[in-house]
Design a protein around this ligand. Sequence first.
Ligand SMILES: [Zn+2]
Ligand SMILES: [Zn+2]
Length: 160
Amino acid sequence: MTKLDPEICLKIKEARRAAKLSQSVVANEVGCKQSALSMFEQGDGTKLNEDVINKLAQRFGISLTETAAARTAAAPVVAAVAEAVRVRGFCPNAHCPSNKPYEVDGRTLVLPDRLMADPVGGKFCALCGEILEKRCPNCGASVHDGAICSFCGDAYVAIG
Ligand SMILES: [Zn+2]
Ligand SMILES: [Zn+2]
């Protein structure tokens, strides 16, 4: 079976305690060793076979699929975040069409459109061929959304 969620182990432990049953009583009931149950309750899902785990889950009314299902539901979101975090480069060419100028306090900054410049997370700008930057040119921090480094306040790309 797939790796058991340690959360399940903890849930079973808590349910057993709430029911005021000792490990040996429960182990007897479901047909496993107390030592195995002990290790299982500490989060090692490999210590019991699937049959015993099912019995435990049934015994304490715990769903084995719930957390896994919740995780599966969250997976596309996690993947999307990971995708966004996967650092895309910005084009250091201020005149590249991927960079959109805007004014702040009389200063012209350029808001990099990283998706436009770097749709695949590559090395070169997809629009002008410039070598993409993935770090703040001033302090070296990883770039994030926006035009100004949140670490040092420097602009990634600026005109003038
Ligand atoms: Zn470019
Ligand atoms: Zn910086």
